[in-house]
Write a protein that binds this ligand. Structure first.
Ligand SMILES: Cc1ncc(COP(=O)(O)O)c(C=O)c1O
Length: 375
């Protein structure tokens, strides 16, 4: 019974798609002997800029991207509003620049925060807003930009889970003052580790590029100020370029898996898919990060997980409230009723672009058996 982390599951929670093209690209870097600061990093920034339609800067992780964006937009203290329902990296990035996360709730319709949730926790100490596109669902960034504009604070979008999502014809990550994407192996594209910051302003992009590269303003020892080593290696960039070329087919394949889950779950009682807004404009698209369901009763979750694990099916707890963890259990926050209601009922099911539809059927059948045991 593979119940411990690292143990092998017959149907794992996620699995990266690695193609022959990926292997060849990485191998070509090894053979070139140029392992950092080379043409692949430039190509990665070019291809991402073409897709997103705004300047982009490659960096070493999604968390590094959030830190760089906060720094470049002048956040060095005060508070940053971010939703409690999400991954702890958003809060860590805020703390890393010397600010304090102030946690807001999420909307029950999207599990993301919008102006209404942010407004409820606003204080004069707030220096920025960091919405999260949870599970690939777009936070209402256009509305948040308008709202934040009236208060004179920037919006830094945590788009780590939403590469490929499009709303109103605009790619997720292209509307905020800055947005960060992550490329950990469970993401739609991976470089093992890696990140990308998108921002609307060339000046901010150039500042982020300097910060990520020890404060360099040019080749050699041209340092202008503060900096980090948050660079990407050429091995990562080559993998990133090759993976990016398959972005559309990955989005389609993940949608196919999600559609099958959605259809099968219609007949299962005691569980519903995590809520998401209808994206009905032509060209709109949700890029699925993972497939999360909400159990009717939080008390069923351990039993359901155990039953699935006994059958070799891995599940995940996406996401606990960030306020549940020690570094943030005393952090300022508003009322978190939706987060507290939803979070203990969330269960991530196996999900990736190459998941076979017969595996989806097996997961849902096994889930159904588990729920019968619970009720
Ligand atoms: C919402 C969110 N923010 C930030 C991150 C951090 O990204 P990384 O692991 O690339 O630093 C993740 C990664 O899973 C994430 O899901």
């Amino acid at each position: 019974m593979p119940t411990e982390p690292g143990q092998h599951y017959r149907i794992p929670l996620s699995r990266p798609r690695i193609t022959d093209g990926d292997r060849q690209s990485v191998l070509s870097v090894l053979e070139s002997h140029r392992l950092a600061g080379g043409p692949w990093t430039t190509r990665f920034e070019t291809i991402s800029r073409e897709t997103l339609g705004v300047p982009t800067v490659a960096c070493s992780s999604g968390t590094a991207g959030l830190i760089l964006a906060l720094k470049a937009l002048g956040v060095t203290g005060g508070e940053v509003i971010t939703p409690a329902l999400g991954f702890i990296a958003s809060a860590h990035a805020i703390r890393a620049v010397g600010a304090t996360p102030r946690f807001c709730d999420v909307s029950p319709e999207t599990l993301c925060c919008g102006p209404e949730e942010v407004e409820r926790v606003w204080t004069d100490q707030v220096q920025a807003i960091m919405p999260v596109d949870l599970l690939g669902v777009p936070a209402p960034v256009g509305a948040l930009m308008e709202w934040a504009g009236t208060r004179g604070v920037p919006v830094i979008e945590d788009a780590c889970e939403a590469l490929g999502t499009r709303v109103g014809g605009k790619p997720c990550g292209s509307l905020a003052d800055a947005a960060s994407f992550g490329f950990y192996p469970n993401k739609i594209l991976t470089m093992g580790e890696g990140g990308l910051v998108a921002c609307r302003d060339e000046e901010v992009a150039s500042q982020i590029r300097q910060l990520a590269n020890q404060g360099r303003t040019g080749p050699g020892f041209a340092f202008s100020g503060e900096g980090f080593n948050y660079r990407l290696t050429e091995l990562q960039a080559a993998l990133g370029v090759s993976q990016w070329e398959g972005l559309e087919s990955r989005i389609d394949d993940r949608q196919r898996v999600a559609d099958h889950y959605l259809k099968l779950l219609e007949t299962v009682s005691g569980v519903v898919p995590a809520p998401a807004p209808a994206l009905d404009q032509s060209g709109d698209c949700r890029s699925w990060f993972t497939f999360v369901v909400l159990l009717e009763n939080a008390g069923w979750r351990s039993l359901v997980r155990e039953h699935l694990a006994n059958e070799g099916i891995e599940t995940g707890l996406y996401f606990p409230s960030i306020t549940d963890f020690k570094p943030y259990d005393q952090s300022p926050r508003g009322d978190l009723a939706v987060t507290e209601n939803v979070s203990p009922r969330m269960l991530a099911l196996p999900f990736h672009a190459d998941l076979d539809l017969s595996e989806v059927e097996e997961v849902v059948t096994t889930l159904k058996e588990a729920l019968i045991r619970c009720t």
